[in-house]
Design a protein around this ligand. Structure first.
Ligand code: NAP
Length: 369
């Protein structure tokens, strides 16, 4: 019998991409989907009506949730914390698949990124693990880009500088960035033809700094700017987004007892979709760039090594080229002038696909095959 799979958070940024991918791959024919929402209860929805022509259920109704064999949630941390423990305390034995961060470091949960840790996923299912969580988006994208170097144990340490898109912060944040750019353009559009560019720049700046400029979600202007802080502050001065890089990477690789050292500076930028990352890598041994390229490109079918040329970099290594694809381009590969074991690399990945929805979609396959 087909399993009952409850979907929560399917209206959001990650959830919408998940449903689109599942429709494309015809995944719904293998399950009985039931749709829940925190705000659309009792409504029907055009986006899902072909697969679910019924009324949307209440995502806080524990009795209805308990009937599910599997729950997939892309709703967020607050929802997970309100519902997950209540369900488990009522002896619900179903599988919980989550995009939110709150259960990631829980000892009973497994972080899922099957091109990297499919063996761990299979073994965990056999052992009776019931909670599977997608990892942080930049962590998943880094592990797919550098998977070859990780799997051959060639990495001594990495520092990462991220350039993270507005959509990493959800639907409302994307809309806020679009609103910010719209307000700025409306204020300066009449000046573009006849004014000096620095006069226009001054007007842009005063518009952005005005008291009524919309910053409710990002807490600071993002349009024409950047925000070098993502998530809460940790005691050691890292942001939580930076802290996740070492902790989640090592959990995925089953290396928490013998961790690879990683640190990061995570920055929100005004691209709309796709996260970019710049790596400085200390290798364990001096290997040539062509050997590194072979190791990287043979790790998984999605990683694409981009030649270190201006033409290829401009064409393939940017958010616009990657948006909506599962490709993980990695380029700007070169040894740093400081030594032959120091490697520089730059990657871009769609954080809504491989960074969130795709590992979760593929996790469902492990449970229904
Ligand atoms: P989101 O876009 O903010 O959506 C979350 C929920 O917000 C929706 O399910 C919907 O719930 C509600 N919502 C309110 N206004 C909405 C609107 N205008 N459009 C769509 N939905 C709206 O959040 P998200 O970015 O998908 O993130 C979900 C979880 O995944 C979070 O825990 C996040 O940390 C994690 N995650 C996100 C990314 C990413 O790149 N965004 C990557 C990895 C992990 P109702 O239907 O109940 O109203």
């Amino acid at each position: 019998m087909k399993k009952y799979v409850g979907f929560v958070g399917w209206r959001g940024t990650v959830g919408t991409v998940l449903i689109q991918r599942m429709l494309k791959e015809k995944d719904f024919k293998n399950i009985n989907p039931i749709f829940f929402s925190t705000s659309q209860i009792g409504k029907k929805n055009l986006f899902i009506q072909d697969i679910y022509p019924y009324y949307i259920k209440d995502a806080y109704n524990i009795l209805d949730l308990k009937k599910m064999d599997i729950i997939i949630t892309c709703q967020g941390t607050e929802y997970t914390e309100k519902v997950y423990f209540e369900l488990r305390s009522q002896n619900w034995k179903g599988y919980w698949i989550d995009a939110a961060s709150s259960l990631r470091m829980n000892k009973d949960s497994i972080l899922v990124l099957d091109p990297v840790n499919n063996v761990l996923i299979e073994e965990s299912i056999k052992k009776g693990v019931k909670t599977f969580v997608g990892s942080n988006c930049t962590v998943s994208l880094m592990l797919l880009a550098l998977g070859g170097l990780f799997s051959k144990n060639l990495i001594e340490w990495i520092t990462v500088h991220t350039y993270q898109a507005a959509s990493g912060s959800g639907a409302k944040s994307m809309l806020e960035l679009l609103q910010q750019t719209g307000i700025v353009f409306n204020n300066i559009s009449s000046l573009i033809v006849n004014s000096h560019v620095l006069e226009i720049e001054k007007k842009v700046n005063s518009t952005i700094q005005s008291a009524n400029f919309p910053i409710e979600n990002f807490k600071a202007p993002l349009a024409y700017s950047l925000i070098p802080w993502i998530d809460k502050k940790m005691k050691n001065g890292q942001s939580k987004e930076e802290w996740k890089v070492q902790s989640e990477t090592n959990k995925i690789l089953s290396r928490t007892d013998n961790p690879i050292r990683l640190d990061a500076t995570c920055v929100r930028i005004s691209s709309l979709r796709c996260h970019s990352q710049s790596f400085t890598i200390k290798l364990k041994k001096d290997i040539s760039i062509s050997e590194i390229e072979d190791i990287l490109s043979s790790h998984n079918p999605w990683v694409k090594v981009i030649p270190n040329t201006i033409k290829d970099t401009l064409r393939y290594l940017n958010p616009i080229a990657v948006t909506g694809t599962l490709n993980i381009p990695i380029g700007r590969l070169r040894k740093l002038t400081i030594g032959s074991k120091y490697l520089s690399a730059f990657t871009v990945g769609d954080q809504l696909l491989w960074g969130a929805a795709e590992p979760i979609r593929r996790m469902l396959h492990f449970l229904i095959k």
